[in-house]
Write a protein of this length. Structure first.
Length: 209
């Protein structure tokens, strides 16, 4: 009887733990914007070289002042399809990308469509493996929001985002790009503590005998 209980304990406890996935933000070391930013009502340049990954999010449609001057948080381009290459410094798994962007109105500033590709060495690039088409829609007017590319599950050192300008633009804006990795977290199953108590009681009973 004691031998039987011993094996019950040994085989039940591995099943007492579950694993849940949690998205954790990861930060690239740097990025390169392959098209020059432009000026309109303001100049939408990258003043620090890190405005897309500095954690400062847009607070206004296109002209917020975060203490550094009007429109400081925005990078903007006119009549350009924009390519932005992010470098993680080593092979990195990315599961989700969230791109901060904005629409003022059609024929002005319009949400872009987005595609993403990868490279291991920064020289050879595969075809884009994921894209998000955003149709022109007046329902997006005066909206500052996020465009999410999910279930990517790609490992690479370099990730390139292509922001396709809308023909109803001509402006395309972005402010922050966030990358996320799915990390497994062990979580006790609801009955694990019951099994633990049972196992300790059985072991105690064996010692008594």
């Amino acid at each position: 009887m004691n031998k039987y209980f011993k094996y019950v304990v040994l085989f039940l406890f591995p099943w007492a733990m579950g694993a849940n996935g949690a998205l954790v933000e990861i930060n690239p070391l740097s990025y390169s914007v392959l098209q020059a930013t432009d000026c309109g009502s303001y100049c939408y340049h990258d003043e620090t070289g890190s405005q897309l990954i500095d954690g400062l999010y847009g607070t206004h449609i296109w002209q917020a002042d975060l203490g550094n001057g009007n429109a400081y948080e925005w990078l903007g381009w006119t009549d350009d399809s924009v390519y932005i290459v992010f470098d993680f410094g080593a092979l990195t798994m990315v599961n989700e990308i969230i791109v901060g962007t904005v629409q003022d109105r059609l024929n002005d500033v319009v949400f872009p469509s987005i595609s993403v590709g990868t490279s291991v060495d920064g020289v050879t690039w595969g075809t884009p493996f994921h894209s998000l088409y955003v149709p022109e829609n007046t329902a997006n007017n005066l909206v500052h929001g996020d465009l999410t590319l999910s279930a990517l599950n790609q490992t690479a050192r370099y990730f390139v985002l292509n922001l396709e300008f809308s023909l109803d633009g001509p402006w395309t804006f972005t402010d922050e790009v966030d990358f996320y990795q799915n990390v497994s977290v062990s979580v006790p199953a609801p009955n694990s503590f019951v099994l633990l108590t049972l196992g300790l009681a059985i072991l105690g009973l064996r010692r008594k005998r």
